[in-house]
Ligand binder design. Structure first.
Ligand code: SF4
Length: 480
């Protein structure tokens, strides 16, 4: 049963926040400066959205934000468990905070998120990182004020393992967004799909959707705040509403948000191919604010591998949906996730994946080498692929896909596109960067403020970015 966290419980958190704020203010007066927090984020967009909520709560408790962990009085490491590499990086950065704690014993170090929703990792931190003060899994996030209060008042370390309390959703948690004009909007949490390689259902719990009125209220507030690009988030947005509504699903939600007055673009991720329907595509095609962009993870081009992954679709059914989407949305930008080296993947299976890339021709692919995750069925499969073969296949796939992406990008040269500007490019501060409605990265010359739109004439294509200059007035916009 899905339930909102009760107003009484949220009120209790607000009271804890007030108490922490008083303590933070007193400590700030003693130090002669405001106390500061730093949130370090690993992993997916859902984690980025969670970090904005952690930041919002810390801000509401009187802390100021700093980007530099060495300056901070509270550091939270928001971790990911999807791949071993992400866990290693989070543990390594946590290890580096030992010397900060030695310099500043009042520093509070917290580790939270998916990695520590696994008991063995929580135990790891407890025993091997004695300078870490607080550890809590994803379902405790909204209780940060209470966690901090308990730590500050009792000076004891706190370790809160997720209880599998899956039915609850906390609304109205403060958010401090990273960007004023792009925003995440979570529509659901957790996952019921249990792909055999994936740890997410174990660390984020079962699938639960937010009530539509809560989502619409948040969407209206974002638009009223001037947000121009909203990304709806969920592990599988296509199952939105399941178990909550009889006849209201993700297409209906998209239509309702699309109907909000304002100049904004709406996009979403992630879609599971088994639940993505023609109705979804029709809705995308008919809603003028929905971006012509679809991220639809294929994972493998081999039906045998897809079966062992527990994915519940075939390459053929996937391709039929893509054909339909391209027919309805001719300027569609299509991206995917591909996993290489899943247990038992033969050379023939891998060739089927390469064949799928050649046939489908994605704009971009997020590719991964299979990583063995504790407590998932695939980790127990005996036919694990040797690392060397995994890496060799990964390189072959990259080479192929990079060539395809580059070819597609070259087709944009000479076109004029509307870009939402993100300000100075990080790679080359003499240029600006931004993204099209379809999600293409663009770097360009000219004048445009972050958060404003520019029409950009594309003069050069690179494998992962389009380059151009702001267009002259009157140049036709090719709207990608
Ligand atoms: S759909 Fe599969 S891969 Fe995606 S989060 Fe759920 S279990 Fe993991």
């Amino acid at each position: 049963m899905i339930q909102r966290i009760s107003e009484k419980e949220l009120e209790a958190q607000r009271e804890y926040a007030e108490k922490v704020k008083t303590a933070v203010s007193a400590a700030g007066s003693e130090k002669g400066r405001a106390l500061r927090f730093c949130v370090v984020t690993y992993g997916c967009q859902q984690n980025e959205a969670d970090s904005e909520r952690l930041a919002g709560m810390l801000y509401s408790m009187g802390y100021e934000k700093t980007e530099t962990d060495a300056d901070a009085d509270v550091i939270l490491v928001n971790t990911c468990a999807v791949r071993e590499h992400a866990e290693k990086r989070a543990l390594s950065v946590t290890g580096q905070y030992k010397h900060l704690k030695e310099k500043n014993p009042d520093l509070i170090i917290g580790v939270c998120g998916c990695m520590v929703s696994q008991e063995h990792r929580l135990d790891d931190i407890k025993h091997r990182y004695p300078y870490v003060d607080i550890v809590f899994g994803t379902s405790y996030l909204w209780r940060l004020p209470e966690i901090l209060y308990r730590r500050l008042s009792r000076r004891k370390r706190l370790f809160l393992l997720d209880t599998g309390d899956d039915g609850n959703i906390a609304e109205d948690v403060p958010v401090l967004r990273e960007c004023g004009y792009r925003a995440w909007l979570s529509v659901m949490y957790g996952c019921n799909n249990f792909c055999t390689y994936c740890v997410v259902p174990h660390v984020r719990g079962r699938e639960r959707s937010r009530y539509r009125e809560d989502i619409l209220k948040e969407a209206r507030a974002l638009v009223a705040d001037g947000v121009k690009d909203i990304t709806l988030l969920g592990q599988n947005v296509n199952s939105y509403g399941r178990g909550l509504y009889e006849d209201y699903g993700f297409p209906e939600l998209l239509s309702d948000i699309n109907a909000i007055d304002g100049d904004f673009t709406l996009r979403f991720m992630t879609s599971h191919p088994k639940d993505a329907t023609r109705k979804l595509i029709d809705t995308m095609a008919s809603c003028e604010k929905v971006a012509p962009q679809l991220h639809l993870p294929l994972q493998s081009g081999s039906d045998g591998v897809l079966r062992r992954m527990n994915r519940h679709y075939t390459l053929d059914s996937y391709k039929r949906l893509i054909d339909y989407a391209r027919e309805k949305i001719p300027d569609l930008t299509l991206t995917s996730d591909i996993m290489v080296g899943f247990p038992g993947e033969t050379e023939e299976d891998f060739e089927a994946t390469l064949g799928a890339l050649r046939d489908i021709r994605y704009d971009m692919v997020y590719s991964f080498i299979y990583s063995r995750r504790k407590n998932t069925p695939a980790a127990e499969y005996e036919d694990q692929i040797p690392e060397q073969i995994k890496h060799e296949r990964f390189e072959r796939m990259l080479q192929l896909q990079n060539g395809i992406g580059f070819e597609i990008n070259r087709g944009y040269v000479g076109k004029t596109v509307r870009v939402l500007c993100d300000g100075e490019s990080k790679n080359d501060p003499s240029t600006l960067s931004g993204r099209t409605a379809g999600g293409k990265n663009v770097c360009f010359t000219g004048t445009c403020a972050a958060g404003e739109y520019a029409d950009v004439k594309i003069t050069e294509a690179r494998p992962f970015v389009l380059c151009g200059e702001t267009a002259e007035k009157g140049d036709k916009n090719d709207d990608i």
